[in-house]
Design a protein around this ligand. Structure first.
Ligand SMILES: [Zn+2]
Length: 342
């Protein structure tokens, strides 16, 4: 098969479009012909290399996959060759107490397709049969590839962790990002009042179209001051954090008494400063959030089938242009998901 692989860590230039051996499915795996694969920041972290994370080389990135079943295990009855599917990107052991109680994201053996194992920057990928989900018929392959990871992440953050309800004021940082686009819509569905930050008028407009009640231009405005102004000095009930060092300090300060901060990432750096006086005196709660359980992804799929959520595809590149696609993501000029068409 053709695949985009890297043999060493580095910039986009280490991505090579080349021949790679066809993956051989194990006894509980299906072989999927990839039609589309969306990018995530995880792909760039894997390519650059992270301390304490060993990536097996050569590596194939790509966690968000939509495609067609090519071959199924002999005993499979629910899936057939030719079925159009999306892939649940998080893989637990399937046997431990966490996996069996729907918290597979807390499994000790939890791995992400395209990160802890080969992914979808390729013509073929092997996937556990239990991780294949029927693609919503109304979606194209590009749309279908662009939602699992970020929407399940946002669902886990807002529904499972922060338990957002009607009337909550929710601040979503970087509403143009994949997680941001998902979080604005899910918070809105839950009945919250949504405040979104975005860089520039165009992105702010985009956030408003997705349902944000108020937008703050983080290039021109002081986000903390604006939040205070818009909430009558009260602050928000929930902050959706994934930016990290650059925003963390005021994310904490933007919370009302009893507020919840939920974080799923640190794109600008992890060594953020927390003023602990805010945590105890305002009785704040900080939730960590990492991916989601399979059941949560199925809830998200239902919402897409009902047309209550929508994906935003920023751009589509051919597989061999994966380097250009990642460069676009690193420049942060995009609004929505960047997708590779295979
Ligand atoms: Zn497990």
């Amino acid at each position: 098969m053709k695949a985009v692989r890297f043999h060493r860590h580095g910039g986009p230039e280490v991505l090579k479009y080349e021949d790679a051996p066809d993956p051989k499915p194990g006894s509980d795996e299906a072989l999927v012909r990839v039609k589309a694969c969306a990018l995530n920041h995880l792909d760039i972290w894997a390519r650059n290399g992270l301390p304490n994370v060993a990536i097996r080389m050569p590596h194939i990135s790509g966690s968000d996959i939509a495609g067609v079943v090519e071959a199924v295990p002999p005993e499979e009855t629910g899936l057939r060759r030719g079925d159009e599917v999306i892939v649940n990107p998080g893989v637990g052991c399937g046997r431990c107490d966490r996996c069996l109680s729907g918290r597979d994201d807390q499994c000790a053996d939890y791995r992400i397709i395209g990160y802890g194992m080969d992914g979808g920057y390729a013509e073929l990928v092997t996937v556990k049969r239990t991780h294949l989900i029927t693609k919503p018929a109304r979606m194209t392959f590009e749309e279908a590839a662009s939602f699992p990871l970020v929407f399940e992440t946002a669902y886990h953050m807002l529904v499972t962790k922060a338990r957002v309800g009607p009337g909550d004021a929710v601040l979503v940082l970087a509403a143009n990002s994949g997680v941001g686009i998902a979080a604005v819509q899910i918070a809105k569905l839950l009945g919250a009042k949504v405040f979104a930050t975005a860089g520039g008028t165009e992105k702010a407009e985009g956030a408003r179209r997705l349902g944000a009640d108020y937008t703050i231009d983080h290039y021109k405005q002081n986000v903390l001051e604006e939040v205070k102004k818009l909430t009558g000095n009260r602050g928000v009930d929930v902050v959706v954090e994934h930016v990290g060092k650059a925003t963390w300090e005021w994310s904490v300060k933007a919370l009302a008494k009893g507020g919840r901060l939920v974080t799923c990432g640190a794109t600008t750096g992890a060594d953020a400063v927390t003023d602990l006086r805010y945590i105890f005196s305002r009785e704040l709660t900080v939730y960590g959030s990492y991916m989601a359980g399979l059941g949560e992804l199925l809830e998200v799929v239902k919402l897409f089938e009902q047309g209550r959520l929508k994906t935003v595809v920023d751009s589509v590149f051919s597989l061999e242009k994966a380097g250009e696609a990642q460069t676009r993501m690193e420049k942060s000029t995009h609004f929505g998901k960047i997708v590779l068409k295979v």
